[in-house]
Design a protein around this ligand. Structure first.
Ligand SMILES: C[S@@+](CC[C@H](N)C(=O)[O-])C[C@H]1O[C@@H](n2cnc3c(N)ncnc32)[C@H](O)[C@@H]1O
Length: 232
């Protein structure tokens, strides 16, 4: 029986990944991010990967999510170039809320979704987009209005500076229901003054943020990417 359940779980993960692969193949350079680049400086632009995630890492995270009881609402900070994680959460959760500062990226995501599904898939009202900086009062108020019943996943993948991750965590982790997951992307990205996810997570695990130690699960197959999460 457990073996049967394991096989069923594996086939669901593969089904989800097949749909994600099809989406990624049609956007940007058509590839997953590899996470082994030299971190950029401000005057550079990166190659526009179809998703800003490593395939093995996100597959492992999908498998972890599918092992959980409740996949009601996901809240994400950061849509990215092609909204590919929002697309992924739609395959797993009933409702998805994304906070994104770029109206243009949200608009293009709608167009791309219509082209992919051959219909206005967003008409199902499962997706909500909150336009603005995650730390702006209007954004916070709107998010709390839309997510008022609480969320089962918070995925922080916006601006990866230490202060920004701290701010997003302070503002939105209270929305996560007991037993829900709080996850962070780019857990390997360290460039002093630019990216501070590793520093934030080290402090969080040590209880040096709010006096409570969190036990983190880390999925890391690349040098600079990786996902870490803990249960609320
Ligand atoms: C790394 S990308 C997200 C990648 C996406 N989750 C994926 O895997 O394909 C970060 C996104 O967050 C947005 N962003 C950065 N800081 C933000 C903030 N404080 N509030 C809202 N959006 C932000 C950027 O415009 C960008 O679209």
């Amino acid at each position: 029986m457990p073996r049967l359940r394991e096989d069923a779980g594996r086939s669901t993960v593969n089904r989800v990944m097949k749909q994600l692969d099809a989406w990624v193949a049609r956007h940007g350079n058509g590839k997953y991010e590899r996470g082994d680049w030299v971190p950029m400086q401000d005057f550079m632009i990166p190659d526009d990967a179809g998703i800003q995630q490593d395939r093995d890492e996100i597959k492992e995270f999908v498998s972890l999510l599918l092992s959980r009881k409740r996949l009601g609402t996901a809240l994400e900070v950061g849509l990215g170039y092609y909204g590919s994680t929002h697309f992924l959460w739609r395959l797993l959760f009933k409702r998805i809320i994304t906070i994104e500062k770029s109206h243009e990226r949200i608009r293009i995501f709608g167009t791309n979704m219509r082209a992919f599904h051959d219909r206005w898939a967003l008409g199902d009202r499962r997706s909500a987009f909150i336009i603005g900086m995650s730390y702006e009062p209007a954004t916070v108020a709107k998010t709390y209005q839309v997510a008022c019943g609480g969320v089962d996943l918070l995925f922080i993948d916006g601006d990866h500076q230490y202060a920004s991750v701290l701010t997003d965590w302070l503002l939105y982790s209270p929305l996560v229901k007991p037993g829900g997951l709080i996850a962070f992307h780019d857990v390997g990205l360290t460039v002093p003054g630019h990216y501070g996810v590793p520093e934030f997570l080290a402090r969080l695990a040590a209880g040096a943020i709010d006096g409570r130690k969190r036990t983190l699960t880390t999925i890391r197959r690349t040098k600079h990417l990786g996902v870490a999460c803990y249960e609320q």
